[in-house]
Design a protein around this ligand. Structure first.
Ligand code: FAD
Ligand code: EPU
Length: 346
């Protein structure tokens, strides 16, 4: 393991907010992860595994150990029907997607340009442009941090849902993900169901064309964290009962909504925030992104308080106008543990 001298977390999360941790340590193997959890020096401190910090808001300095997961390695095996990828949790997600496309192993192209580590991808079951991690995930390898016991969780036991999995619940804090198994079918079918990809012809579209188009659209709409700090969609798209969706549709006939299997509807949080007139709305150095209202950005030296004040304003505006509650997708951390917008003091 490598104990870093620095304490600033600014380089290790994408919101670019100035916060610090007591210790920052790089772990390059499952054994190093467990060694940190068993080290007497750190045993009384809170500890947290971090990938690239692209889905985290540190609400204050972290009073413990940030463990940067850098477990590397990609192994590819082949069956008659599929390519099976066993990928170390610290690999970069987008680099993996690019290399599979370059090496004629399609299937991940819709998930191009999502920041973060491969090991974080199952946690919120990353999704974009009609595909979710669950569609390609075969298994997730975890290690129990207190005991060092490793186990393999089959995809069907991961409880994948919309931006959700067992890793946000029963396995949170107790286990770290050390590798992910992906299965890419050799009988590739394009997934062009999501609006902006519908222009393609399923008969002759290539994985590379989908990859390029996904990258192009994302670069137009989503701010580059290296330029403007952010953590992607700040809120989840809310799922509401059909009664509320029908009522809202009579008032706002152009409101996007997507039918769910259980009869409920997913609404577009970005549209709701946009319709509140909040694009460009600012609180201190934090701002609602002009190109995509679902993204809150660090416009100019934002503090965590600026982001929290802005997030509260967005939530209350949407609740007031539409009667819909927004839940944040971004994971909030206080000095010791995960918290929520409702819990953090204003
Ligand atoms: P981190 O932010 O480092 O960690 C997230 C959480 O997982 C934390 O609670 C952390 O403690 C925990 N964790 C991290 N690694 C491990 C591990 N190995 N074991 C156990 N727990 C761990 N998401 C989407 O789903 N779709 C998108 O289209 C999308 N677009 C985005 C665009 C931008 C510009 C940005 C900034 C973010 C976007 N996101 C998107 C969110 C983000 O990219 C994903 O959630 C990503 O999987 C986070 O990876 P990370 O390595 O940065 O995780
Ligand atoms: N919209 C607006 N105004 C806005 C933003 C969106 O009217 O400012 C409308 C769009 O016109 C569209 C609808 O809202 O009709 C949905 O917008 P978009 O297609 O951009 O997708 P999204 O719902 O805002 C979701 C994911 C993204 C993912 C994209 C593409 C969530 C919370 N977000 O965004 O994931 O990349 O779809 O599939 O589900 C993330 O999770 O961090 C993330 C970026």
């Amino acid at each position: 393991m490598k104990v870093l001298q620095e304490r600033s977390l600014a380089p290790f999360h994408t919101f670019g907010i100035e916060v610090a941790a007591e210790h920052i340590i790089v772990a390059e193997s499952p054994r190093e992860l467990v060694a940190i959890w068993q080290d007497e020096q750190y045993c009384s401190l809170p500890k947290m595994v971090v990938g690239q910090g692209s889905n985290i808001l540190f609400c204050e300095d972290y009073a413990g150990v940030i463990v940067l997961n850098r477990i590397r390695g990609v192994e590819v095996t082949e069956t008659a029907d599929s390519y099976l990828l066993h990928v170390g949790a610290g690999e970069d997600w987008h680099q993996l997607v690019s290399s599979t496309i370059e090496n004629n192993m399609p299937g991940l192209e819709n998930l191009a340009l999502i920041p973060g580590c491969v090991g974080s991808s199952p946690i919120q079951n990353i999704g974009a442009y009609g595909v979710e991690l669950k569609d390609v995930c075969q298994y997730v390898d975890v290690i129990e941090l207190e005991t060092g016991k490793q186990s393999r969780i089959a995809a069907e036991d991961c409880q994948f849902g919309y931006r959700d999995s067992v890793f946000k619940h029963a396995m949170k804090n107790t286990h770290a993900i050390v590798a992910v198994g992906l299965c890419l079918s050799k009988h590739w079918q394009p997934n062009i169901s999501y609006g902006p990809l519908a222009k393609f012809d399923a008969e002759d579209v290539t994985p590379q064309a989908i990859f390029d188009e996904v990258c192009r659209i994302r670069q137009l709409k989503l701010p580059d964290p290296k330029v403007l700090g952010n953590a992607g969609s700040f809120f989840k798209n809310p799922v509401v009962e059909s009664k509320l969706r029908d009522k809202l549709l009579t008032l706002y006939p152009d409101m996007p909504s997507y039918a769910m299997a259980d009869g409920s509807y997913k609404l577009a949080a970005g549209w709701l925030i946009d319709r509140c007139g909040l694009k460009g709305y600012q609180s201190g150095g934090a701002k609602v992104h002009e190109q995509q209202a679902l993204v809150l950005i660090n416009h100019h030296h934002a503090t965590a308080q600026d982001v929290l004040t802005l997030a509260r304003h967005v939530v209350s505006s949407v609740a007031q106008k539409f009667g819909v509650s927004l839940e944040h997708e971004v994971r909030f951390m206080n000095a010791h543990q995960e918290t929520t917008l409702a819990e953090v003091q204003s």
